[in-house]
Design a binder for this molecule. Sequence first.
Ligand code: SAH
Ligand code: SF4
Length: 343
Amino acid sequence: MTDIINTLDLNYEEWVKLCTDQWELPRYRADQICQWIYQKKVFNIPDMTNLSKELRNDMALEMFILPPSLMKEEVSSIDRTTKYLWSLLDGETIESVVIFHGNHTTACISSQVGCPLGCGFCATGQSGFVRNLSVAEIVGQFLAMEKRVGKDINNIVYMGMGEPLLNLDNVLKSIKILNHPKQRKLGIRNISISTSGIIPGINAIAEFDLPVRLSISLHAPTDRIRSRLMPVNNKYSLNPLIESLKNYQEKTGERITIEYIMIDGVNDSKDMAYELISLLSGLDVFINLIPCNPVNDKYRRSPQETIKAFSQILKKLEIEVEIRKEKGTDINAACGQLRKTLR
Ligand code: SAH
Ligand code: SF4
């Protein structure tokens, strides 16, 4: 069993190596196989009809192409947002979501089973942590969703369960595979990573040669409030975090999205809007205000007027800001509502 490859782990260069070195075939065979998997979403090796029978037999002996298997699919009656529950080979489960905006679709995918960071407002954080996802599980989740949806999904956000920058190697390799012109060919500008502020990971992305979009879950303008909401702030506090964002921006020239959950009476006062502006001064940012989604009784959503007033203060100082429209709350598919299924 140990030598059988889950092919969804392989990047293009590894496919070429396998074809040319191991099977002594021309390089274009790798292109053909990748087309079957990433473009046509055919995961059954015997169905890859332009490959010789011999090659299909060899492949079937040495590898499997196995995306996570679908256990449950729920569709929002409000906006068609669809949540999928997947089962992994070891029986663990993860959730991911497809969001429809007109003709465009976005896949929100998971990077870990649960999350070790325990943010108080987040269902994933409250459900504990089991393990990182493999490359094949990250890529397979996306391909399986695309196959279910029946057409290409345009964007990917690493905003499902888990902290992507704590599973950096697998996340970066999955991005390379999904972006590669011979594999899924998804534009790098259509891929976003969201992080709670893992500084070494942000620094690594600044060095990485694929300009993915970066979002930071900031949620508070002071260490006192942020540490209360997000224990990760005790390790990576605001000053060094902002420094790492400045360094990222110097290296990449990329604008950064700041995510800010609006929680009633916690982080939503006018004073905090001004503190946020001063904290972010010198950075080129886009601010996404996210009305807090219901997860527990402790954190309630700010009233609509409070969110508007907060946003007006930012706008007056010419900071670009948008209030995120909620999607899929009726099926618990909105931000922060994905959780590890209890077994
Ligand atoms: N761990 C990463 C990636 C997960 S993204 C991160 O935290 O950035 C999930 C996004 O949903 C994050 O911005 C997170 O802060 C936000 N979120 C979590 N709980 C939420 C809630 N109850 N309401 C609204 N957004 C929430
Ligand atoms: Fe983890 Fe992000 Fe949820 Fe915090 S918000 S617990 S970092 S998934």
